[in-house]
Design a protein around this ligand. Structure first.
Ligand SMILES: Nc1ncnc2c1ncn2[C@@H]1O[C@H](COP(=O)(O)OP(=O)(O)OP(=O)(O)O)[C@@H](O)[C@H]1O
Ligand code: SF4
Ligand SMILES: [Mg+2]
Length: 340
């Protein structure tokens, strides 16, 4: 399988008045073509920062301070005043114009709250036209509208509603429109940041289903960011669990649910309700993540971990591949380490 995206040693910091918060810390991740990678973890663990880094859109006062974001570009892109050659490229090395060409055409980001991304004064059709014509200048307005109508239909919205304004849609429909605008340029990678968090469970299930259909139809790869592991159970091929900016575990979805290795993953799963097991006792994780501005030495999960050992206070545990295929950053699995 080819890697569409390969993140190596990525670190992102926010420089605040209180000090520097390392929101993404030494992250390595792979996403294969046509696969969905789920990214989960508690609020503030760096999921959105990681997603926005791939777009090179980390908000001020954030900064990517090291790492590679390798993207497998399937065709050369030529635009006024420049180009990007096809092949494996490091997004970190591109200038702003090259990055703008890749965004939209090859990468798309869907934000949690559609109303912040949709202009209330502009009809849905004009949103489609604007996005499509910004990157494909030869496309006429009629053709852009037709494409928009087709996409709306795939997402279960009547094509004639393309003349409506955003406020005329329900929350679920607006989120569908956002997804539609995201895929209007047929990107290779769709980053969906909590795409269903604000919606009720029925609409959430429908939208997840539609995302899966779109993924097949358009040969998309997806990075699905959520704090809800239940959402990933149905949609992700692989799941990465983040904590305090670090990846703690990466595994195939099935393995992660059946045999979670990292103590943090185990705690997260105990907090997921299961409709098939209404008697399941839900457990929350006592304590809160440590302050990113004043991090503790060693494993950041240590104060909340029931298995903490002496070595856990020394260095952060490296992410290591186990014989079972999972990658885990925990000294419980490091060979030759005293388990006391
Ligand atoms: N604009 C900002 N200024 C300063 N620090 C920030 C800013 N945005 C994020 N951070 C820091 O980066 C950390 C990661 O934030 P991020 O939004 O990436 O987390 P998240 O996992 O997406 O959280 P959530 O689930 O709440 O969306 C936060 O804990 C915070 O300390
Ligand atoms: S490294 Fe130590 S503290 Fe961290 S999760 Fe593993 S056992 Fe717990
Ligand atoms: Mg977020």
């Amino acid at each position: 399988m080819t890697n569409l995206l390969q993140i190596e040693n990525l670190s992102v910091e926010y420089k605040t008045r209180r000090g520097i918060a390392r929101a993404v810390d030494n992250v390595f991740l792979n996403l294969e073509e046509n696969k969905t990678l789920g990214l989960a973890g508690e609020s503030g663990c760096g999921k959105s920062t990681l997603g926005l880094s791939i777009m090179r859109l980390v908000p001020h006062p954030g900064r990517i301070n090291e790492g590679k974001i390798l993207f497998n570009l399937d065709e050369s892109l030529i635009f006024e005043g420049g180009s990007v050659e096809k092949g494996q490229i490091d997004l970190m090395q591109l200038d702003d114009n090259q990055m703008r060409a890749i965004r939209g055409r090859k990468l798309a980001y869907i934000f949690q709250d559609p109303m912040t991304s949709l202009n209330p004064l502009i009809r849905i059709g004009d949103h489609f036209t604007e996005i499509i014509q910004a990157h494909e200048e030869d496309v006429k307005k009629d053709e852009a509208i037709n494409r928009g109508e087709e996409i709306l239909e795939t997402l279960g919205i009547l094509p004639e509603r393309i003349t409506d304004y955003p406020h005329q849609f329900s929350g679920g429909m607006r989120q569908r429109v956002m997804i539609g605008l995201g895929i209007a340029l047929r990107p290779r990678l769709l980053i969906a940041d909590e795409p269903t968090t604000a919606l009720d469970v029925i609409v959430e299930a429908q939208i997840l289903d539609e995302l899966a259909t779109l993924k097949k139809q358009f040969n998309l790869s997806m990075l699905l960011i959520t704090h809800n592991l239940g959402v990933l159970a149905q949609t992700a091929d692989d799941i990465a669990i983040m904590y305090t900016g670090r990846v703690m575990e990466i595994a195939k979805t099935e393995s992660l649910f059946e045999d979670p290795k990292h103590p943090y993953t185990q705690c997260l799963l105990k907090a997921v309700p299961d409709v098939r097991k209404p008697d399941k006792t839900l457990a929350w994780i006592a304590g809160a993540p440590p302050d990113l501005i004043d991090p503790i030495p060693g494993c950041m999960f240590r104060p909340r971990c029931e298995f903490a050992m002496e070595i856990c206070a020394t260095q952060p545990p490296p992410l290591e591949k186990l014989d079972t295929g999972q990658r885990v950053a925990c000294y419980l699995y490091t060979k030759g380490v005293s388990k006391k």
